[in-house]
Every structure is written in structure tokens, then in C-alpha cells.
Design a protein around this ligand. Structure first.
Ligand code: FES
Ligand code: FE2
Length: 449
């Protein structure tokens, strides 16, 4: 009988499999005290949409911690530990007050910072409210999303403002999606551009525009805010470059899909910015914004967004493409999306089972950067990506760029052209040379397929 092995090398030998199983505990675990949990806690994390907070408290679970979120009568947000510090009744049944919240059971009254204001069932003058405090986290509300800082108080960074958040003429529309799986496998999807060619374009009908069916050249590089991929696709006489940002530790910027059908390019319309925040080790929320441009520039570009608007659709962002579990199981089997890909990797992807290949270099690089951040936290340093003393929006680098470049004499020569084009543009993008009008002028029309 053949020897059992963790990597099979012959057909019809599943019986020989030794399960390597296991998952990457350092990156996948998110609870308090876990390496990645401590790292993620150094950053502001989105926890809910503002629209979810009405008159009742909202029970939340974030990074394995049970919390309750509410807005008191003064309009202040409170994010408190869910269990009352008296005898543990959940504050999701509490009564929101003009100031803070009162526990339903014995009426203990908490301010939004955890201060105990009153313990009405105790004798007058009881010192207990001054001796203890309830657990609370600071919050920050921005563009319809509530963020929390759940790390050590003396390490709290600025809430970072990226250029994407403040682009003129753009409205940010919030979105939130739950996935019943670990955060890492969701986030890794963003640094895996080859799946766009197969999952989104070639295999199940075109979810994105046809140009994405071309297999791109792919490179990844670090940026001042994290990392990015740079893909270049051959499209007739043109080369089409597309790159997306990964902003450390868990923010993806997906460039607009403006140019996909080919005639027109504009760098960032219709894009998405989102965080994947762990609920716990086996559940996650994707929270962020789709960009909506109410006023499309009348500059004759007539791109994808313009056509969608004329068709009565304001926008379509990647948040809308297969990133929810809403279709039926059969529909999802016939045309799966990202959500099905990452959820089906398991509650926590079995990293020991993987056989990482050449096209997974972005995934490997992302993991390496996360480990670098974890190490920094362990050493007592600020991990890369922490923002302090910010004076201007931080630049990001995702873009679509198209240029007429005659096809190379051979496939190999054409590939070399694509790589060279990608590197040349990316060098300019990273240097800041392609910004403002200069950036726009780098765009060229693409032919129809
Ligand atoms: S359990 Fe909350 S006041 Fe008693
Ligand atoms: Fe995708």
C-alpha cells in the first residue's frame, strides 16, 4: 500500500491523503491577547452603520467581544461591554437615557465612557459607583459609519483620512455584508487579481466587463499605506493597467470599473473602499462605501458609469458583484461570486491544506506585511499604517490607466511590454506624478472588443 502523504502526486489517491489541516493561528485568531487581535486593535475599526442605531441599543460582537452600541439623548454614541458590571444582564435590554444608558435589571446608570452615574437600588451614599467603572471604547462617526478604537488607551492613533474619502463631487454610500468565516480569507481575495479573470469573467458569464477575461501580467509592491497589485491586460492595440490598494491592516480600495467596456477611462469612479472587521474567529463584516458620483463630468468620456446612469442605474460597485450570500444556493452554484469563494474555504481556511502558487504572491505578501505589523506591536512599536499628526489626506494609489501600445511580435515580447508598461506607470503613480489633471491626461480611449 502506498505511503500516506499530505501532498498527493498521483491520480485516484485521495485515500492516501494525510490531513495537514490546521490554520494560521497567528493571523486568523482575533480575540484579545491573540497576536493579530492585538494588532487589529491598534487601528480604528468600523463596527456598525449609523443608520442601524435607532432608539434601541444594538448588540454587537467585534473581535470576539460582546458590546452594545447606542446613541443617547444628547446625541453621543456609547460603545460599552454588553454585560452589566453589576450581575451581567445584557445592556441590549437597557434603557437609553438623556445621558448614557440604564441597565434594565436594577437600573444602574452608565455614561457613554463607562462611568457609573447612579446605582439606584443601593443605599444612599454607596461608594460602589465611584469604585468601579464599566468597560467602554471610544467611537468616531464618519460618513455614516461608526468606528471604534478597541486598543490600549495610550496608543490611540488619529482616525485616518485618505484622499478617497474627500474626493470632490463624490458621495459615499454605506454598505455592510456578513460572511460566516474568518476575516483573513475575505481580505486576501483583494490581493488575488487572477480570480477576476476566472470567477468573474470567463467561467460563469461576464460579471465584470469582457476586458477582464484577458489574463493579466501581475505584480505586487509595497506602498506608503500598505501594498497594491498592478495588473496589465492586452486589449487590441491597447494595454489596460488596473491596480488596487490594500491599506494596512484591513482596508481595501477597489478602483472603479469605469473603463471595463473599453471606450473610456477615468481613474476612480464607481470604486469601493471597505474594511473587513472580524466579528470573531469565524464571522466577519465587510463595512465600507461605494462611491457615487451624482454629477458626472460632461467631458465626453461616455464611460461605463455614464452609460449606467443613462440606463437609470446610478452606479455599480464591486460591493454589488457576488459579495453577498443573497442568491439561492442553486443560483450561487451556477454563478458563484466572491462570497461563495471565501465562505466555502471553511469557517477558517485550512492554511495547512493550501498549495500556494505563483499567482498567490500577493496573498503571501499580504500575510508577510501582517506579520510585520504583529511583530511591531509585540516590540511595543507603532505598526506600519498607524497615522498620527495627520495634516492632509493620505494618498492612495489604485487606478486604471490605458495606453495605446502596439502588440509585441511574440506573446513573450508582448508580456514583456505589459510588465514594462505596468512598472513605468506604477513608478509615476507612487511618486505622485500622476495626480490631478496630469493623471487624467494619462488616460486614453480603449477600442470596443
Ligand atoms: S444586572 Fe445590571 S443593574 Fe443589576
Ligand atoms: Fe472578486
Amino acid at each position: 500500500m502506498a505511503q500516506r502523504a499530505s501532498v498527493l502526486t498521483q491520480p485516484y489517491r485521495a485515500y492516501d491523503r494525510v490531513e495537514r489541516g490546521g490554520f494560521d493561528e497567528e493571523l486568523a485568531r482575533v480575540g484579545r491577547g491573540s497576536p493579530c487581535g492585538e494588532y487589529l486593535r491598534r487601528f480604528w475599526q468600523p463596527v456598525a452603520l449609523s443608520s442601524e442605531i435607532k432608539d434601541l441599543p444594538v448588540a454587537l460582537r467585534i473581535m470576539g467581544e460582546d458590546l452594545v452600541l447606542f446613541r443617547d439623548g444628547r446625541g453621543r454614541l456609547g460603545l460599552l461591554e454588553k454585560a452589566c458590571p453589576h450581575r451581567g444582564t445584557s445592556l441590549e435590554y437597557g434603557k437609553v437615557q438623556e445621558r448614557g444608558i440604564r441597565c434594565c435589571y436594577h437600573g444602574w446608570h452608565f455614561d457613554v465612557d463607562g462611568t457609573i452615574l447612579d446605582t439606584p437600588g443601593e443605599p444612599a451614599g454607596s461608594p460602589i459607583k465611584d469604585r468601579i467603572c464599566h468597560g467602554a471604547y471610544p467611537t468616531h462617526e464618519y460618513e455614516g459609519i461608526v468606528f471604534a478604537y478597541m486598543g490600549p488607551e495610550d496608543q490611540k492613533p488619529d482616525f485616518p483620512i485618505y484622499d478617497l474619502f474627500v474626493r470632490p463631487g463624490k458621495r459615499l454610500v454605506t454598505a455592510k455584508v456578513h460572511s460566516p468565516c474568518n476575516w483573513l480569507q475575505i481580505r486576501e481575495n483583494e490581493m488575488d487579481p487572477v480570480h477576476i479573470t476566472f470567477l468573474h469573467t470567463r467561467l460563469f458569464g461576464v460579471q465584470f466587463q469582457p476586458v477582464y477575461g484577458a489574463l493579466p501580467t501581475m505584480e505586487w509592491c509595497e506602498t506608503p499605506v500598505g501594498m497594491m497589485y498592478v495588473t496589465v491586460r492586452r486589449w487590441g492595440d491597447y494595454l489596460y493597467l488596473r491596480s488596487n490598494d490594500m491599506i494596512l491592516p484591513n482596508i481595501a480600495r477597489v478602483a472603479g470599473i469605469e473603463d471595463g467596456e473599453g471606450e473610456t477611462v477615468f481613474d476612480r469612479r464607481g470604486g469601493t473602499t471597505n474594511w473587513v472587521v472580524p466579528v470573531d474567529d469565524t464571522n466577519s463584516l465587510t463595512i465600507g462605501w461605494d462611491d457615487v458620483e451624482e454629477q458626472l463630468p460632461g467631458d465626453g468620456r461616455d464611460g461605463y458609469m455614464d452609460r449606467m446612469t443613462r440606463a437609470g442605474k446610478n452606479f455599480i460597485g464591486p460591493f454589488d458583484v457576488g459579495q453577498t450570500g443573497e442568491p439561492t444556493y442553486e443560483q450561487r452554484q451556477r454563478a458563484p461570486g466572491d462570497w461563495d469563494a471565501w465562505v466555502s474555504q471553511g469557517k477558517v481556511a485550512r492554511h495547512g491544506w493550501e498549495n500556494l502558487a505563483e499567482s498567490d504572491r500577493g496573498v503571501s505578501m499580504y500575510r508577510k506585511l501582517l506579520r510585520r505589523g504583529i511583530l511591531a506591536v509585540r516590540r511595543g512599536e507603532d505598526p506600519p499604517g498607524i497615522v498620527r499628526g495627520q495634516t492632509a489626506p493620505l494618498p492612495t494609489y489604485s487606478n486604471n490607466t490605458v495606453k495605446r501600445v502596439a502588440r509585441g511580435a511574440t506573446d513573450e515580447a508582448d508580456r514583456a511590454l505589459s510588465l514594462a508598461f505596468g512598472r513605468a506607470v506604477n513608478e509615476k503613480v507612487l511618486s505622485g506624478a500622476l495626480r490631478g489633471e496630469g493623471w487624467r491626461n494619462a488616460m486614453f480611449p480603449l477600442p470596443r472588443p
